[in-house]
Design a protein around this ligand. Structure first.
Ligand SMILES: [Zn+2]
Length: 398
């Protein structure tokens, strides 16, 4: 609390909902349970929603007008694995769900969900797991999914034992997130991508509902369940949504401008630049609301925005991220980023409509069509003086 004013965003709520999400296994393709968790929370907040056949959620806060509708989206599915083969040594070969290195699977505790015989616990281990047997070979074996196997915590000496117990090819494997919420604000866990984004979105929804904020237009909060395999938003978008802001992780690696604090606004990813007008609006809201922020560009990165555009939707997209260290590995974030992202979502949802023409998908004139800054910069013309031109002074960046 600052000067006795309650902060807009309830960080305790965000952290506790994030914990609930992390406790609910949800590798892509095995997400029904986490869909229920999200729907129950929407009900508790008094927000109406629809669910698609496969469990993506479309929650709606009603605005003064239906068009041009806005959307925010985050994904609740995570990386995981599937049983590829029952091995003769009583262990199981795996294939990854989503793109992640087996390097980060080595040593992971996990749960295998069989179709009719319950869930079993196990560990993913390198094929040469024992130093006492393999000596230096432990350090020289390659990193690949073919180099690891799942050891179930049951009596199984061969493939038949596995089959009799109920294991089968295709069983889903959920990796334990092992979350730690530290008092200093850091959260260390797997699957913060993108459960932390979902939690931040719920933090914003709660603030909008409790603050009884009047929204200019209908605002959808979408939760996708197939982002890690690339489909994501394509199934939950409706044609009336004119702009969509994706909430996902930003990568705080060397050479990146992302930080674990504040909001990181992506200007482009591997699918190209984000919508200029929507992105500039988000940057302006950050400045107006004094939300800590930075920009970044991601090279090997796609999100729900890409899925929406590639599915043919004519929708403006932007990407708002919370900085994550070691994405798709042993991830770490800071609550400050989630707090900042929730503030920005809140500000965006509460903002007025600037491009009214977006209410119509197609129009027969340029009336109300957007423009881009194209004028030459305001520069002094050279007057032939003796002194060299001066270096620029502060004030150019925004
Ligand atoms: Zn991801």
């Amino acid at each position: 609390m600052k000067n006795g004013v309650m902060p807009l965003i309830d960080d305790t709520y965000i952290a506790s909902f994030l914990k609930t999400l992390l406790e609910t296994p949800s590798p892509t393709g095995y997400t029904d349970a986490v869909t229920r968790v999200c729907c129950a929370e929407l009900e508790r907040l008094g927000v109406s929603y629809e669910i698609t056949r496969r469990g993506a959620i479309r929650a709606r806060l009603q605005g003064g007008r239906r068009q041009p509708a806005r959307a925010l989206i985050a994904h609740v599915d995570t990386l995981g694995a599937q049983v590829k083969f029952l091995k003769e040594n009583g262990r199981m070969e795996l294939v990854p769900i989503g793109h992640w290195s087996s390097r980060f699977a080595e040593g992971a505790r996990c749960t295998v969900f069989t179709a009719g015989h319950g869930a079993f616990r196990g560990t993913i281990l390198p094929l040469k797991a024992s130093g006492h047997t393999f000596n230096d070979e432990v350090d020289t074996q390659p990193v690949a999914w073919s180099q690891v196997e799942l050891r179930p915590d049951i009596v199984a000496e061969n493939a038949e034992d596995l089959a009799v117990t109920g294991f089968n090819i295709g069983d889903f494997v959920a990796i334990d997130p092992q979350p730690e919420f530290l008092d200093n604000g850091f959260v260390v866990s797997r699957h913060l991508d993108d459960k932390a984004g979902v939690a931040a979105m719920f933090g914003a929804i709660k603030a909008l509902v409790e603050g009884e904020v009047q929204l200019a237009v209908d605002t959808y909060f979408l939760i996708s369940v197939t982002e890690e395999v690339g489909h994501g938003a394509s199934s939950v978008l409706t044609h009336d949504i004119a702009s969509m802001v994706t909430i996902d992780n930003g990568t705080t690696a060397p050479g990146q401008n992302s930080r674990e604090f504040g909001v990181t606004i992506a200007m482009a990813d591997q699918t190209g630049p984000f919508d200029y007008h929507l992105t500039q609006k988000l940057l302006r809201l950050c400045r107006e609301e004094e939300i800590d922020h930075q920009r970044d560009i991601f090279r090997y990165y796609r999100s729900d925005s890409a899925a929406a555009i590639e599915s043919g939707a004519d929708v403006r997209t932007a990407l708002v991220t919370f900085g994550i260290d070691a994405s798709h590995g042993y991830e770490r974030i800071h609550m400050h980023a989630l707090h900042s992202v929730a503030r920005l979502i809140h500000a965006y949802a509460a903002s007025r409509v600037e491009i009214r023409r977006d209410a119509e998908p197609l129009t027969d004139s340029l009336k109300g069509f957007t423009g881009l800054p194209m004028d030459p910069a305001n520069e002094e013309s050279w007057d032939g003086r003796d002194e060299a031109p001066e270096r620029p002074s502060e004030g150019g960046q925004n």
